[in-house]
Design a protein around this ligand. Structure first.
Ligand SMILES: [Zn+2]
Length: 155
């Protein structure tokens, strides 16, 4: 089977021979969840809320369809208020730069499953931090952002 993704979109671990590689979710996470998640619907909410990292799912229009509790703790946002909003335009304008929004646009143009691991200075009104981001782009247009905080930075 063609290995489409290298890493788990949730925990960032390498996918080693997962038969569910097309989902980009590792066997361990799938075992925890009890099923292969369909990222286009709001499934496994409790599971992603309990992940130690930020987990954000964007639909093909760039709107947030899931924003987990861990990320909300970091940013101070009220999940119920930002789900449904446009991530790049309304929630995190600091990400509308070449090395974030630009990359996603590039992946969208190629229309292929793609993963991109990079470091980014997140600048929210309430917090600023250097983070490591695993961007998993699915060819159906959905994107999962797995966000690990490295350290706070000066605002
Ligand atoms: Zn995993």
């Amino acid at each position: 089977m063609l290995m489409q993704f290298e890493r788990c979109a949730w925990c960032s671990d390498f996918l080693t021979g997962s038969e569910y590689a097309g989902s980009a979710i590792c066997d361990a996470c799938i075992r925890e969840l009890g099923q292969v998640p369909d990222l286009t619907v709001n499934i496994g909410r409790e599971f992603v809320d309990n992940l130690p990292y930020g987990n954000i799912v964007l639909n093909p229009e760039g709107k947030i369809i899931r924003y987990n509790a861990t990320e909300a703790e970091h940013t101070g946002y009220d999940v119920s208020k930002i789900e449904g909003k446009h991530f790049f335009d309304e929630v995190a304008p600091c990400t509308k730069v070449e090395n974030f929004h630009g990359k996603l646009e590039e992946f969208r143009r190629t229309g292929q499953n793609t993963q991109y691991l990079f470091k980014f200075n997140f600048r929210h009104p309430n917090f600023s931090a250097l983070v490591s981001i695993l961007m998993t782009y699915y060819r159906n247009g959905y994107t999962v952002l797995s966000i690990k905080k490295i350290r706070d930075i000066e605002t």
